[in-house]
Design a protein around this ligand. Structure first.
Ligand code: SR1
Ligand code: MG
Length: 415
């Protein structure tokens, strides 16, 4: 039966596993185990041996952030494992390598990424990573395109859709915590108070905003387009100057193309609005310019790679080449691509605005704002982000391109 690991039991319990011995050394008593997880849900250990290091991630039967009063099934580890396998095939080299999976113990042994750090931490520290825009554009375009009916064979995709449909509890977290709770006085919500009380009341009374949030929830729940990561924020990405890896896809399910893209861009915009609250004074303007540039390059890169895949790998049941290219109608295929990309753009703005709101008003906040010690400064940064989130969610159909969205961010930032 399931037993949660700890630093003392990990060696004796997993010492017999060939996958670990091969990478750490044959004597488990010589392994050094550190629990390093500070996420909302799971246990994470770094295990060092004479030969090398691995990560052991174990799900707990409850939400770590809240405690045993909020049970959460272990099967999320199964979905994480299967998603990592699919992402490794669809976006080679962009996720950690998996060495072992134990479904009953809900644990995954995977590559220890070093000297990688969590992207959110790097951005808080004012680091301008040169590769993230291009790498993340490729990751999103490849996983989202190749997991959809644009690319997969229909029998395989429908079987996969049925498999992932059981990740219902994790979807339920997103449906409530992201799309609904921020817009009423839900029990687990919190925000910087009293500085934000007025704005929060205003947002919760904003009919257009609530309709937008529920429309995005509708799309999240009903549009099973592709296998999405499901929680693609900057805490789910590990980076060095030369490498970018996406981790933690336990929220994966078949959802809308725009969800991952919107969530990621929301987190870049939150980083942008949090810069005034961080240390590196001389660097703030450069950091803001860098973050807007990342947004633009990442969206342009996404469009370029998605378009390339559309033209070269469109072998699924949608927009068949027999209807377009094979009849010489290249313009028709391009027109359809334009419509698909336009829809992703509009929807990603909706998802991004809502993600920004939930990180400031809901249960799960993020370190970009939380690490700003002065509550007045934190509230100032958060208020700008909240206003921006409202604008992009409600006016998502009227913002034409990333330059315009970034110009709006800059306008709100400079007051
Ligand atoms: C109760 S879980 C809260 C949040 O943590 C995860 O990382 C997801 O973002 C989820 O919404
Ligand atoms: Mg996570």
């Amino acid at each position: 039966s399931f037993e949660a690991l700890n630093a003392e039991t990990l060696g004796p319990r997993l010492g017999g596993l060939e996958a670990l011995r091969a990478r750490l050394g044959d004597d488990p008593s010589a392994w050094r185990v550190r629990e390093v997880g500070d996420g909302n849900l799971n246990l994470v250990f770094i295990v060092d041996g004479d030969k090398g290091s691995v990560i052991v991630k174990q799900a707990l039967p409850y939400v770590r952030l809240v405690g045993e009063s909020w049970p959460l099934p272990l099967k999320r580890s199964f979905f994480e494992y299967h998603t990592l396998a699919r992402q490794a095939a669809r976006a080679p080299g962009q996720v950690p390598e998996i060495f072992h999976f134990d479904e009953q113990q809900a644990l995954i042994v995977m590559e220890f990424l070093s000297p990688h750090v969590i992207l959110r931490r790097a951005l808080i520290d004012g680091r301008m990573l040169p590769r993230i825009a291009d790498d993340l554009a490729l990751f999103m375009a490849r996983t989202l395109f190749r997991g959809s009916d644009l690319s997969m064979q229909t029998r395989e995709r429908k079987a996969d859709l049925a498999l992932f449909a059981d990740n219902v509890e994790l979807c339920d977290i997103t449906e409530n915590l992201v799309f609904s709770d921020p817009y009423f006085d839900a029990e687990m919500n919190s925000h910087t108070s009293p500085q934000l009380d007025g704005l929060v009341a205003q947002l919760r009374a904003d009919r257009d905003l609530k309709v937008a949030a529920q429309r995005m929830k509708h799309i999240f729940a009903a549009r099973a387009e592709t296998l999405v990561h499901g929680d693609l924020h900057t805490g789910s990405i590990m980076v060095t100057e030369t490498d970018t890896r996406v981790i933690d896809p336990e929220f994966a399910y078949y959802g809308p193309m725009a969800f991952d893209v919107g969530m990621l861009f929301a987190n870049f915009w939150m980083s942008y609005f949090s810069q005034s609250g961080h240390e590196q004074e001389g660097n703030r303007d450069a950091m803001r310019a860098y973050l807007l540039d990342v947004q633009e390059r990442c969206w342009n890169g996404f469009v370029a790679e998605f378009s390339r895949l559309w033209r070269t790998e469109r072998n699924g049941i949608l927009y068949q080449k027999s209807l377009f290219e094979e009849q010489g109608d290249h313009l028709g295929a391009e027109q359809a691509l334009g419509e698909v990309l336009r829809e992703i753009w509009v929807d990603l703005l909706g998802f991004a605005g809502i993600e920004i709101h939930r990180r400031i008003l809901g249960l799960a906040h993020n370190a970009d704002f939380e690490t700003i010690e002065d509550p007045d400064m934190r509230a100032q940064c958060e208020a700008k982000a909240l206003k921006f989130g409202r604008q992009i969610a409600v006016n998502r159909a009227h913002l034409n391109g990333m330059k315009e969205a970034n110009a709006l961010a800059a306008l709100i930032e400079t007051g």
